[in-house]
Design a protein around this ligand. Structure first.
Ligand code: GLN
Length: 540
């Protein structure tokens, strides 16, 4: 354990989905703005080794890091707020902890001891709490504990927090408890009792929270704050109000106003390296809130009933929209609702079409129609991963005349497998962690829409897929106007396709959305919005 690194733990009470990830990311942003190097990690109490195998309907999007870890979507918020990459070490699940312990047990590392939750599981959790702080790279490590206090499955994490606080000693760690203060409209009253109970539950586990962050729909009167302070043994100025925000990007400034960062700095005896510097953030908010134009973009996918399944894409549009001072009205459209007869009607209001990533055959027909519409009506198009593959299939079918063209994911026996499995993937029978994952280099061809968007030719982007463009067909595609504008320099795999004779039609095998942040909006999303604005102007 690096002695100079400070550790902040964030627990949650009363209800889930209060936004621990956003509070953590906002605090991290405020500390970063004072010159500290900060990272955030998330500990999830479920038994999956990672969220890679979870259905997006269960848990929202799976976020992929540079090193190819499939992680919780909160890591996306950390990167978008902090503009620094996270890694496998930033997301640990109970499944991974048990897997590590059981692997050690099988290797005989416990020397004949009975392996138990305490101390072996808790020791493994603690080792992971401290891992990122070990090399002294970070002044502060923030750890978000998933779930709610009182859940059976998060008990070992809470016990590990208790021990960790004790191990690192005073002023080196603190616990922030995020809680809900419900408003009973019939009584016209804010209620503190649920919070009192959840703090009692923490106390039973041996943890006294240092700061309460209270989610609320109404301002907390001083009386309510006093009551919370008295019954929860927290200093009055450490009862922090967190009102519902219009945008998640407002939260850092709201927390600054509430002095969350100052309380943390005082309690951890930190010395800020510079005065708080948030000019860029404020500029971003200024552009976000004062758009000079607006466009309608369609996001075509199969998980649209749970927008969290497309979290990073949705946020990338917010960043790109702000960069262009353009309000992006994003319409989530289920691909299963689209067919040749209704496509025009369903998409006619759109100034740009994005076909989303995904797995499996369901909704393929609707996605093909959406691509065909965008291609033939010259509507700006961005295809992401499966979206790019569908664009390739559509082009093969309707331009090259290969009527049976498909991906072998959808039809293993297709006559024209324009998208197919890579050799290395053919013998894999496990599901978890077996895709092409994480950051790969890509070389852009000069003079293309892609190289114009990036303004350079060497890029790195993150992947999460099994299937690839089948290079056997490349010449035929290029002769007919769909070119490979980005290639993997090591393997020759096609990473980007675009149509030359179209205002803006780009498909990427990688996921650009994972790298879009407030500080660096993704160039492809920015160019796509620009093309949508131009399309709208031309229409009028
Ligand atoms: N299902 C496709 C593949 O595995 C695309 C995956 C994705 O869109 N992330 O290649």
């Amino acid at each position: 354990m690096a002695s100079s690194t400070k550790y902040i733990f964030i627990t949650g009470g009363v209800a889930s989905s209060l936004g621990k990830g956003i509070i953590g990311a906002s605090l991290a942003k405020l500390l970063q703005s004072r010159g500290f190097s900060v990272t955030i990690q998330k500990f999830d109490p479920y038994l999956n080794i990672d969220p890679g195998t979870l259905n997006p309907y269960e848990h929202g999007e799976c976020y992929v890091t540079e090193d190819g870890a499939e992680t919780d979507l909160d890591l996306g918020h950390y990167e978008r707020f902090l503009n620094t990459p996270t890694s496998q070490s930033n997301n640990i699940t109970t499944g991974r902890i048990y897997n590590n312990v059981i692997t050690k047990e099988r290797k005989g590392e416990y020397l004949g001891k009975t392996v138990q939750v305490i101390p072996h599981i808790t020791d493994e959790i603690k080792a992971n709490f401290f891992k990122l702080g070990e090399d002294g790279k970070y002044d502060v490590v923030i750890t978000e504990i998933g779930g709610c206090v009182g859940d059976i499955e998060s008990l070992p994490f809470i016990e590990a927090v208790r021990q960790a606080k004790w191990d690192i000693g005073a002023h080196n760690s603190l616990v922030i408890h995020l809680t809900l203060i419900p408003y009973l409209s019939a009584a016209k009253e804010l209620k503190t009792k649920p919070t009192q109970h959840s703090v009692k539950q923490l106390l039973e586990a041996g943890i006294q929270p240092d700061i309460l962050v209270c989610r609320t729909e109404h301002h907390l009167p001083l009386e309510v704050k006093k009551k919370l302070a008295l019954f929860c043994n927290v200093q009055l100025n450490c009862v922090i109000e967190s009102m519902d925000a219009e945008s998640i990007y407002d939260v850092p400034l709201m927390m600054k106003k509430e002095k969350l960062d100052e309380r943390v700095i005082t309690k951890l005896k930190l010395t800020p390296k510079n005065p708080s510097e948030l000019d860029h953030w404020k500029e971003f908010l200024g552009r976000l809130k004062n758009p000079t134009q607006e466009v309608n973009i369609g996001l075509i996918g199969k998980y649209v009933s749970l927008p969290d399944a497309y979290k990073s894409i949705i946020e990338a549009f917010i960043h790109a929209g702000a960069a262009m001072e353009c309000k992006v009205h994003l319409k989530l459209i289920s691909s299963e609702e689209l067919n040749r007869d209704n496509i025009k009607d369903k998409l006619k209001e759109l100034h740009g079409v994005l076909v989303a990533p995904g797995f499996g055959e369901r909704g393929l027909e609707g996605k093909l129609e959406a691509v065909r519409y965008a291609r033939t009506h010259k509507v700006p198009f961005l295809g992401v991963c499966l979206g790019m593959q569908v664009a390739v299939i559509e082009f093969a079918k309707n331009v090259l005349g290969l009527k049976d063209a498909n991906s072998t994911e959808m039809n293993p026996d297709t006559v024209d497998p324009v998208i197919a499995l890579m050799e290395e993937q053919k013998n894999i029978d496990q599901m978890g962690g077996t895709m092409r994952l994480g950051s790969y280099p890509c070389e852009l061809i000069k003079g293309t829409k892609s190289s114009a968007a990036y303004g350079k030719t060497k890029i790195h982007e993150r992947h999460r897929h099994r299937y690839e463009f089948n290079n056997k067909y490349l010449q035929q595609f290029e002769k007919n106007g769909m070119i490979a504008s980005g290639l993997n320099p090591d393997t020759g795999l096609v990473e980007i396709v675009e149509i030359k004779d179209h205002p803006w039609f780009v498909g990427t095998q990688f996921h650009p959305e994972y790298k879009s942040t407030v500080l660096s909006p993704h160039p492809l999303f920015v160019r796509f919005i620009k093309a949508a604005i131009e399309n709208k102007i031309n229409q009028n």
